[in-house]
Design a protein around this ligand. Structure first.
Ligand code: SF4
Length: 583
């Protein structure tokens, strides 16, 4: 299984055929983010639209997948419907392990199927099934039906889209095994444009563990750090929702379309409240002993006098902020209800919540009316938002279809760009200050996870833009190496440089272990090269006025510092994207 090349299955949906190719570049690009950028560089069509059937949809795992815990992510790369540029999205669940057991480093899907289809792949299997009867079905119903249709329970991963993806919403996610997602930048629409309702990856093969004496004790050591120390406690215990009260307490939680950064009634949706009132159980991505996935329950009466059914809904900090504080919905069960509606539609909950927060303020200001929103929107009105999320997923009218392409697209037509909470895409759940705002606005994935800008804001008091940007660039580089390994970023304190080198050596990737820094820099440059080649101009990014008006825990935003950060970071991105150091 250790090999110096990548084993890549390429499938053409137009013919229903596929072939495995051996692609060189392991020592240069490692896997995950590096492999995805390498494949997009070869197969992506920079000058053609994201909807072009020949654009590739790429899924890649890393060299440590299956050998060490929390090497559990898959990197999905595509040309995004959100900005028609190169994009990466990361998802957990069982997909990574299923790909390892199917003996695939990457899966690349091109072409457009004639009928709505499901691709089923295994170690010796490829089938493109006609599933026209699933088109229009919710993510949940599609999952239920596919689990019955595709064998291999326990080894199989099912990726699928809902109506939002079929409608090509730029906010459509790809659901992975019910509780995880390739959430952002519209991967679901890429599947929809290919008539691809689902992908089932069946991990039906096997592989040997590394020979030699290093591996077993190293595995034990890492497993022990993950399970017997306090390092991962916060993820298992309250999970990421612990941040809701913390950020609210320091005035750094986006509330009511970022008109405020704290809410005095926040106690209804804190991590503590979810844990005490709504938590049903924890679950985990395959191969992870931490179990940070928190499942809340929703109870529904289906008959008198006391007949109930319950459903399980996953929650995290980001979804709670987007469907909770951002919309003024401050009841845990109401937030779970909104999350469930978005999940069924196959919408990215963060993008949807932030977009509807803008729509609410636009309604209040009279820029749009019920003619557009179909239902009056009001902060705190969870019932109205449940209907609006459905409308957004279905693309119920011109307004919702446009909003589904991005809040700024809707603002272009209706006005209100100043208060659109968009930093490259709809914002993440941190209003910590200038460094985070610039980090998300310009970061490659426009994700709060691109670099630790939110933490820099909280730790550093000075306003040295060059120093802050140097931090962002270096932190991004370290994270890029982790995402090339496909590590869960929650494990970044465990998988520090020395530990990663030990792991690579123990598995047999000695060249990678010796050259980690240069590989990380190369992959970082390659990703920026893809982004610039597909049209990204870091100098033209506009940070809406709302981010300059809001008061965070540090007080008022300093527009000069913000500008200086933006100019500096844009310059560094141009340099990285034009560097000659490539794969
Ligand atoms: S810590 Fe959470 S997200 Fe990370 S691998 Fe484990 S269950 Fe998945």
């Amino acid at each position: 299984m250790i090999r110096d090349h990548f084993r890549v299955l390429k499938i053409d949906l137009a013919t229903g055929r596929g072939q495995v190719e051996e692609i060189e570049g392991r020592d240069a690009c490692a896997g995950g983010s590096g492999l995805a950028a390498l494949l997009f560089g070869r197969l992506g069509l920079a000058d053609r639209s994201w909807e072009d059937p020949e654009q590739p949809l790429i899924f890649a795992i890393g060299p440590l997948t299956g050998y060490f815990p929390l090497m559990s992510k898959v990197v999905c790369a595509f040309k995004s419907p959100y900005h028609d540029q190169y994009a990466e999205s990361h998802g957990g669940g069982r997909a990574a392990l299923s790909m390892r057991f199917a003996d695939l480093d990457a899966l690349v899907i091109t072409g457009k199927a004639k009928r709505p289809s499901c691709v089923v792949v295994g170690s010796r299997k490829l089938e493109v099934k006609d599933v026209h009867y699933l088109w229009g079905r919710s993510v949940q119903r599609t999952g239920q039906m596919l689990r019955r249709m595709v064998g291999g329970s326990g080894h199989r991963s099912i990726l699928r889209i809902g109506p939002a993806g079929e409608n090509r919403s730029a906010m459509a996610c790809i659901n992975v095994d019910t509780y995880r997602h390739f959430g952002r930048l519209g991967g679901g629409a890429v599947m929809g444009a290919k008539n691809l309702k689902a992908i089932a990856i069946v991990g039906d093969g096997s592989f040997d563990l590394p020979a030699g004496k290093e591996y077993a004790p190293l595995f034990q050591k890492i497993y022990g750090q993950l399970t017997e120390t306090t390092m991962m406690d916060k993820y298992h215990n309250l999970g990421t929702p612990i941040n809701v009260a913390v950020l609210n307490g320091i005035r750094a939680l986006p509330c009511r379309n970022l008109q405020r950064t704290s809410d005095e009634a926040i106690s209804g949706i804190t991590g503590e409240t979810f844990a005490e009132r709504a938590l049903l159980r924890n679950t985990a991505c395959a191969g992870c002993p931490v179990g940070c996935i928190h499942l809340g329950f929703l109870r529904e009466k289906f008959a008198e006098p006391h007949q109930y059914l319950y459903r399980q809904v996953t929650y995290d900090h980001e979804p709670i902020f987007a469907m909770g504080s951002m919309l003024g919905v401050l009841d845990a069960f109401q937030v779970l209800t909104l999350l469930e509606v978005a999940e069924k539609a196959g919408l990215d909950v963060m993008s949807a919540g932030v977009a509807l927060a803008w729509a609410t303020e636009a309604s209040e200001r009279g820029l749009i009316s019920e003619k557009e929103t179909l239902i009056p929107l009001k902060f705190g009105d969870a019932g109205a938002y449940a209907a609006a999320v459905k409308h957004l997923g279905l693309g119920a009218n011109d307004f919702y279809r446009l909003l589904g392409q991005g809040t700024l697209k809707a603002a272009e037509q209706y006005g209100g760009a100043d208060f659109a909470c968009v930093l490259g895409q709809e914002m993440g759940g941190y209003a910590t200050g200038e460094v985070f705002f610039v980090s998300q606005a310009l970061g490659l994935r426009h994700s709060h996870l691109d670099a630790g800008g939110y933490s820099y804001d909280q730790k550093q008091k000075g306003k040295d833009a060059a120093q802050a940007v140097e931090f962002l660039v270096q932190d991004e580089k370290a994270r890029v190496f982790l995402t090339s390994m496909v590590s869960c970023l929650f494990a970044r304190e465990v998988y520090k440089e020395a530990a990663l080198a030990d792991c690579l050596n123990a598995v047999g990737y000695r060249n990678l272990a010796e050259n980690m820094d240069s590989v990380a820099r190369r992959v970082q440059n390659m990703r920026w090269q893809m982004r610039l080649k597909t049209g990204f101009d870091p100098g033209s990014v506009k940070i809406p006025e709302r981010f300059k008006q809001v008061a965070t825990w540090k007080g008022a935003i300093d527009p000069e510092y913000l500008n200086s950060l933006q100019t500096n970071y844009a310059q560094r991105i141009r340099e990285m994207g034009s560097s000659s150091e490539r794969g």
